[in-house]
Design a protein around this ligand. Sequence first.
Ligand code: ADP
Ligand code: MG
Length: 283
Amino acid sequence: MNGVSQGLERFRETMRRDRVFDLVNNPAENPALDVSHGMALYLEGITKSFDGFRALDDLTLYIGDGELRCIIGPNGAGKTTLMDVITGKTRPDAGTAWFGNRINLLRLKEHEIAGKGIGRKFQKPTVFENHSVHENLELALHADRGLLTSLTWKLNGEQRDQLDETLELIGLKERRDAPAGSLSHGQKQWLEIGSLLMQKPRLLLVDEPVAGMSGQETEATAELLTSLAGRHSVVVVEHDMDFVRSIARQVTVLHQGSVLAEGRMDEVQADPRVREVYLGEEN
Ligand code: ADP
Ligand code: MG
């Protein structure tokens, strides 16, 4: 193909209706995140009080582009509040929060932050029980779209590929036509992670993914999250120490709203201050 017909081909491809709608209605796709310093998230001096109680206290945390980070800490340490601040659900009283080098999270509303490519998985799985596994993934694509697209919408080839890849990744290829309601608890969690992935997040926040899972499911979840790193930055809040040990390269320990320790799991576990606050709670 010569240059001209190649150009024409590309033009036609762009003008196909579904592609145009993609460009107009789906800003989350390929967000132009500036990570030229290698960092996806910069939180500095974040403080948040509830009735005078400091849930987050001068917290500083950096997450690298493509990094998989685990955040642990006793109950009340501020882990959920931290996720709330990143996703715009809670406004801090002080501090700065940047997504990449250019996106000031504190200037954006919750849905705008989601649109910039920050996805959050809550603890409880919320899937559409009466819809099949693949319909759930399709609906996740849908969620980003305007009404006009919803009415005329049909998967394009690229989206079908993405759906197949996601099914493979979350281990539900064989269950694609099964109603989501028939899945095990663990499989529902994976389906929800898959739904988030359909929106191509740059940063994925996952709250206690293995709570209530069987040992085998926990292992598979560790594998899934590990495989996401690189393409996405992933922040996992988790209580299950064995799980954290199995996936984490870098662990942050929160305590009383600030970072108590940071490093490899074996390093933070050997830290006497961590042992004090953590073992005090667990035993
Ligand atoms: P974690 O997730 O680490 O268990 P949280 O972030 O949920 O901790 O909570 C940190 C502290 O902030 C807790 O003492 C909690 O009671 C308090 N807190 C969190 N959200 C609120 C709120 N909306 N109103 C009052 N206190 C809150
Ligand atoms: Mg919590």
